[in-house]
Ligand binder design. Structure first.
Ligand code: SF4
Length: 248
């Protein structure tokens, strides 16, 4: 499915049809269908190289290790995340890891001191995550991400396939449980992000991430003390300028 063909469809309807067709299929089958059949050359995986990312990266590498992997380097990440990214990419043979960074001019104009996260986290996420991802996703008709229903109350109803208003979005691990994730790590001897051993179960930017207690949601350590629960890449991607055929 090319981006051009996608532009002629009702994306919500198309996503719902794909969801019904694929939701009972094994995860690897879903990824094969998405990457090889539906969107060959038009799909990217977006990965944070966080606590559980190795599972989806390993699955995608089995389908095609040259699948583009978009990585948002906000400039505020833990150094451990950057090392883990390089280690995993080499281990899995991922040849197309593409690093997305904030626009330097926007950064200079809005966050020259690097403390916007403290004053206005939504604005900081918009500049350091949402806008760079919007630019990075421009060439693609579809994307894959690793969100799961169990991660937070706000993700309980996450479908396998959805539309973000502009593209098709695959959530292949939506119904995976923590036990399935742990079993997959063990079965494939995948390395853990070094901060997991220190209680970080969801790992974002250093200023906005804390370890969590055993009885807390994995994402409870993100933006602790604030109402904020999402960075915006999954909630405000659609309102950005609509793709036009000239963009494709
Ligand atoms: S998670 Fe924090 S530091 Fe990272 S972009 Fe968002 S507000 Fe800024």
């Amino acid at each position: 499915m090319s981006a051009l063909a996608l532009a002629t469809l009702d994306l919500s309807e198309y996503a719902a049809g794909l969801n019904a067709r694929l939701r009972s299929r094994p995860t690897l089958d879903v990824l094969r269908t998405a990457i090889r059949e539906l969107f060959p050359g038009e799909i990217a995986l977006v990965s944070s190289f966080g606590a559980e990312s190795a599972v989806l990266l390993h699955l995608v590498a089995q389908v095609d290790p040259a699948t583009p992997v978009l990585f948002l380097d906000t400039g505020k990440l833990f150094s451990e995340t950057l090392s883990y990214r390089d280690e995993l990419a080499a281990r899995l043979g991922l040849s197309q890891v593409r690093v997305l960074t904030p626009d330097p001019k926007t950064l200079a104009a809005n966050d020259a001191g690097g403390t916007l996260w403290f004053r206005d986290a939504d604005a900081c996420c918009r500049i350091r995550k949402v806008e760079p991802l919007q630019r990075g996703l421009k060439p693609y008709a579809a994307w894959i991400n690793g969100r799961k229903q169990f991660q937070a109350a706000t993700r309980r109803d996450l479908p396998l396939v959805e539309s973000d208003g502009v593209r098709i979005k695959f959530n292949p691990l939506a119904q995976w449980t923590p036990e399935m994730i742990a079993a997959y790590f063990a079965a494939h001897d995948l390395p853990r992000h070094p901060l997991v051993a220190k209680g970080y179960l969801s790992i974002g930017c250093e200023p906005c991430t804390l370890p969590v207690a055993e009885d807390e949601d994995a994402r409870a350590g993100r933006w602790q003390g604030q109402d904020k629960t999402e960075c915006g890449i999954h909630t405000v991607i659609a309102p950005f300028p609509t793709r036009t055929r000239a963009d494709d």
